[in-house]
Design a protein around this ligand. Structure first.
Ligand SMILES: [Zn+2]
Length: 150
């Protein structure tokens, strides 16, 4: 055979942590992996503590705003960004004198919606890598070459 047969890829809405092999085809989560992509392992390009800018989505869910990444949900390919996509959760307290409270908190958004924001050059940027003298690898801004990790 001239060409190797690619395993069939099926997409599911379920948030799978990684691809699952099932009887000759791979099952991957639609949310994490773009259709047609060959690399089926979801990877979040930002880390906790990074400053990011929301590039897409509705204005209500924070498009155009910047914030700090509070946590990265690798399994779902999502991030929680400070002050972005605020959702109100109603909490019911089942006590006789119970009050129900509304709690505002950040909701997770897809990591693909955000881009890294460089505080040095005030631009959205991508990461380059640099090996320091000690052999330590650091992430630097592609534009201003400033180190992203401090
Ligand atoms: Zn920069």
């Amino acid at each position: 055979m001239a060409h190797a047969v690619k395993p069939e890829i099926r997409y599911t809405k379920a948030p799978l942590p990684k691809k699952v092999k099932m009887g000759g085809h791979a099952l991957v989560s639609e949310a994490l992996v773009k259709q047609g992509a060959t690399n089926l392992v979801p990877k979040v390009h930002v880390k906790r503590g990074d400053t990011v800018k929301v590039m897409s989505g509705s204005e209500q869910s924070g498009r155009g705003k910047t914030g700090k990444v509070l946590s990265v949900l690798t399994k779902e390919g999502k991030v929680i960004v400070e002050g972005i996509n605020m959702i109100t959760r109603a909490t019911k307290q089942r006590t006789p004198m119970g009050q129900s409270g509304l709690v505002k908190k950040e909701g997770p958004i897809f990591a693909s919606r955000v881009m890294l924001f460089c505080s040095g050059c005030k631009k959205t940027t991508r990461i380059a890598h640099k090996v320091q003298d000690g052999g330590k690898k650091v992430r630097i801004c592609k534009h201003c070459k400033e180190a992203m990790d401090t």
